[in-house]
Design a protein around this ligand. Structure first.
Ligand code: SF4
Ligand code: SF4
Length: 199
């Protein structure tokens, strides 16, 4: 008897199950002949993570946010002498950046949180190993994957320019351009409603 109290026909479930089996048996097989034939994956597939080392500032955000704690980062500080500056500046130098793909669950959080676009997905998936320890990719191997990162999608031609593009365009137009644009905007703006004038 079902939950709502209706008595079901005996054997109905069995017939329904067999119908699904028969339908599947008569459908055309869609087996892909991998590895003889390469699968056609979407360009944004989550295969492996690539590191653009020069963009990494060792902010540690990715390692802190990774739910599996499978990103290992070591660094040291280096003094940079800037001509004219009162004191030498300090910068982080990356010594170690490893991702353990035997623990990674491909959630993509590290890539999302990186503020400097240092981490990228690539569709490459052929990095299976016979030893699980070899799934720990160091910064050289992660950097090597960068050659397989697909180019970013083209900008929407109808979209608004980014903040950086707008600032660069303002700077290129010269110092008087911002004032002229403000004056032009003020000229086309309708006067604010003044309740005193309306009376
Ligand atoms: S994809 Fe997720 S689990 Fe894998 S390294 Fe990044 S944050 Fe960690
Ligand atoms: S979040 Fe980005 S910049 Fe920060 S440590 Fe990770 S990869 Fe480097």
């Amino acid at each position: 008897m079902s939950d709502d109290g209706e008595r079901s026909t005996p054997g109905k479930g069995l017939v329904q199950g067999l119908a699904v089996t028969l339908k599947t048996m008569t459908q055309r097989s869609t087996t892909q002949q991998y590895p003889d034939v390469e699968p056609e994956l979407p360009p944004r597939s989550r295969g492996v993570i690539a590191l653009l080392e020069e963009n990494c500032t060792v902010c540690m955000l990715c390692a802190r946010e990774c739910p599996d704690w499978c990103i290992y980062i070591d660094s040291h500080k280096e003094e940079v002498v800037v001509p004219g500056a009162a004191r030498a500046r300090q910068r982080n130098v990356l010594d170690r950046f490893d991702i353990d793909f035997s623990l990674c669950m491909y959630c993509g959080i590290c890539i999302e949180v990186c503020p400097f676009d240092a981490l990228h997905w690539t569709p490459e998936f052929e990095y299976a190993e016979t030893d699980v320890l070899d799934l720990l990719h160091d910064k050289n191997r992660l950097g090597d994957w960068m050659r397989t990162v697909p180019p970013p999608p083209a900008h929407d031609v109808l979209g608004e320019p980014s903040k950086e593009e707008a600032t660069a365009a303002r700077k290129a137009a010269g110092p008087g351009a911002a004032t002229a644009a403000k004056t032009a905007r003020a000229a086309v703006r309708p006067p604010a409603a003044n309740p005193e004038q309306e009376r």
